[in-house]
Design a protein around this ligand. Structure first.
Ligand SMILES: Cc1ncc(COP(=O)(O)O)c(C=O)c1O
Length: 357
């Protein structure tokens, strides 16, 4: 892919950038540039460019604003102690965007083009990648939107792919702390044949009211059950789940209607290497409650790009609760192993890291 570059004439000053990177929070500040490419049926992908970050001018009839034909990704760039900059399994994000694109009736963006676009933006804005202390990183958000101007329910004939980036602070300020969960029995996230496995805005829009319910009950995050039986654990609003058993076995809900997390699949490999058997299968909410009560479940954790791995604490539902399991030992070991690979502090036996700068 040929990428043209127009550099920003007003990049953020070094002083302001230092202030931002000292306390970036999450998703609040954006780098000096953005990547854009367009697709039409005749020209295919074209007009790939890096240009100054700024607002988009969209006609009010732009399809994405009405029919939510869009898909996105979330990944991070990590600075290592020697100053080099790396991403974690970017081709997996690219492949997931291809799968999401099929579900959303979008054209396919080749994996190599996706990775090249992310690399080009991160390289252009490399001064925005924070130092690794305190698990800071540059969060990268590739996304694809329907930009044809029309009202009507059919696949857009003009598609725009963009990449933006935003420095991110540590997910946990002051140390890793278990997340408390609310079990929603009213709302579901995805049904058979639906969009659960696609990373698309509609899934997140539909999760908001359930997350509001969770917050209203004093919980950090919401747990969704399957839509058909209302019985099997799917995932959290933005993380996949793992259940560690007293015989060392680890269970994670099977794929199909959940988002296939890249952290999730990495943990399957990592835990296997640590000598644990990982089962991908249906896991019922009763198994959760009974397993915690009997001590058969010794740890529960959730995982995703943002938090990497977080222990799961108390689970609450309408009329009851289940306490946090006793231990977080394996959870923290897996977390450390992943973080060490991402920040280049440990060997990368899986070949997961991709050098950008
Ligand atoms: C619904 C949902 N599940 C799981 C995940 C974890 O995926 P990943 O590990 O690729 O970040 C995310 C995060 O993007 C998510 O939004």
């Amino acid at each position: 892919m040929e990428i043209s570059t127009t550099s920003s004439s007003a990049p953020v000053s070094d002083e302001r950038l230092a202030e931002i990177l000292a306390n970036p929070g999450f998703g609040q500040f954006f780098t000096d540039h953005m990547f854009t490419a367009e697709w039409t049926p005749d020209a295919g992908w074209h007009a790939a460019r890096i240009e100054p970050y700024g607002p988009l001018a969209l006609d009010p009839a732009t399809a994405v604003l009405h029919y939510a034909q869009e898909t996105f990704e979330g990944m991070k760039a990590y600075r290592h102690d020697d100053g080099s900059i790396w991403s974690f399994r970017p081709e997996e994000n690219a492949a997931r965007m291809v799968r999401s694109s099929h579900r959303l009736a979008f054209p396919e963006l080749p994996v190599d083009d996706f990775v090249q676009a992310v690399d080009a933006l991160v390289a252009a804005d490399q001064r925005w990648v924070p130092d690794p202390a305190g698990e800071k990183s540059l969060y990268v958000r590739p996304f694809m939107i329907a930009t044809e101007v029309f009202l009507g329910v059919r696949p857009s004939q003009h598609v725009t792919f963009m990449v933006i980036a935003s420095p991110a602070g540590a997910y946990f300020k002051g140390g890793v702390k278990p997340v408390t969960l609310w079990l929603t029995e009213e709302y579901t996230r995805a049904g058979r044949g639906g969009m659960g496995a696609a990373k698309t805005g509609g899934n997140y829009a539909s999760s908001l009211v359930a997350q509001q319910e969770a917050t209203g009950h004093g919980c950090d995050q919401v747990v969704f059950l399957d839509a058909q039986h209302g019985r099997y654990v799917e995932e959290l609003g933005g993380m996949n789940m793992y259940f560690v058993h007293d015989d060392g076995t680890i269970v994670t809900p099977e794929t199909g209607t959940i988002l296939e997390g890249i952290t999730r699949s990495s943990i399957i490999e990592l835990a296997g290497k640590l000598g644990h058997q990982v089962e991908e299968r249906r896991f019922s909410i009763d198994e959760w409650r009974e397993g915690v009560a009997s001590g058969r479940i010794t740890e529960i954790f959730a995982c995703g790009t943002a938090a990497v791995v977080t222990p799961v604490g108390e689970l609450k539902w309408d009329g009851g609760s289940a306490p946090a399991p006793a231990s977080t030992d394996l959870t923290m070991r897996i977390r450390q192993a992943l973080v060490d690979i991402q920040y280049g502090r440990a060997e990368d036996p899986f070949g997961w890291m991709h050098r950008i700068v």
